[in-house]
Design a protein around this ligand. Sequence first.
Ligand code: HEM
Length: 489
Amino acid sequence: MEWFACLLCIVALLILLFIWHSTKSYGRLESLGIPVIKPFLCFGSPPLDWHNVRWYDWYRMQHEKLGHTFGHYIGTFPVISTINPDFIKAVYVKNFEEFGDMVDNANLKDIMKTIDLAQGEDWKNLRKILSPTFTSGKLKKMIDPMSEVSAKAIENLKKLVKTGKPIEVKHFFQAYALDTICRCAFSIDTNALEDDDHKLIKAGREIFQGFAMTNWMETIGNLIFYFFPGLETTFPTIMYPESFYKLHDLTNDLIKERKASNEKFDDFIDKIIEVCNDANAPVSPDMIKAQGSIFFAAGFETTSNCLSTLCYTLAKNPDIQDKLYEEILSVLASNEEIDTESINNLPYLDAAIHENLRIHPPIPIQERICKKDVEVEGLKVKKGTYIRMPIYAAHMNPDFFPDPEAFNPDRFLKENASSMKPYTFRGFSGGPRICLGQRFAMVEMKICMARLLKSFKIKACPMTQLEYKAGDPFIMGFDSIYLTFEERS
Ligand code: HEM
């Protein structure tokens, strides 16, 4: 009986400790004088059924209700959610020292330090090493391979159209995006456009499915990281789905093959080998190899997501599609070859891609952690507070974008640039941590859409719908979009 009483005491003590640990930061946000969503017991602020929540839309609704800045608690963490452009500018640029990182974990293993998760000096060193991958000169050289891949994609699409069935565009563009990034950054021909079962396509799809929570077990699994930060170091495969590590293996295989062949391509694999061979390199071999995975992953999902939603939007807006066709025809009619000049002469296409990114940003929410007490926009932000900067919520807020539901590429034309407040459009993020692949992605998407719209009219059909999944905090993910393509004569 004594042992039972003892056990009860230990359990009670553990529960009390947990309650103390979980609630110790409560009150911190309230003292800032911003609206706060009150926590439920010791479990943080509702909603708690994360797997049922469409996070991008939840933040949009809360900002509409509570204003440009509000607070809520996730696990033990106080979170300030803001779409205030001045606050965001401070986080991105002015107070980069305090808010430069997404995580605060000194024990993260080098193999997990992909640039998006890397902190402080590691991030600075990686950014310096990786930035030259997409210089203007390098991008210019990538236009021919990109153009070849896109020509192949259009031929492939012509074959699919002949079957007379609606086309599922997400899978199609995933293959296009993978073939392009692999050809340009890794100098390999994946030919995923012909082989839908390609192991890299499968790994890519698994990764992004792996982030979404689909049931209570997965929600609780995720919540635990917010109650016990640092656990990800002990369970790295939980933080990143197992398929992410398959991409690590692939980078290793490519390095081995390249070394054995002794060939030089001046690409990303050559860069990794160069860094690994340099005894004075500021980053370890494991850390530079980890970047292979982020290039695969980042280059795959975001671009294909964006191209798919753009086709959907154009099918719903035939007048804008016609305008794009006219522009593309005026630039490419006499010249089948796509070059830097033709790409730069498509301002309406550029604007349409940006406007689509506004309404359908593949990455809908951003997060930074405060590493030092600091005052921002009159708020005294304490170390350990998360700053969430919902991208979709800002893009759909009428204070920044009047008539936000309307697809209107004119907003992004150069002559209208002055009417857009800086740091309200953040499809590619901003500040020193702006998307590393932004220019690459824009060229890749423009080449593909120019060819596609020149050859086809995109139309909606009874199967056409775009339904974003619940439970995904990182990506505005959807399973499929079906469209029909009418070949132009
Ligand atoms: C339409 C396509 C794309 C969109 C919308 C997009 C969007 C973004 C956004 C919003 C971020 C910031 C994430 C954050 O701060 O939490 C980001 C970061 C990043 N993106 Fe992209 N991206 C795209 C394509 C690409 C491509 C093609 C690559 C590489 C080939 C790439 C590589 C990266 C990298 C490496 C980072 C991390 C940068 C850093 O932390 O310094 N992205 N991207």
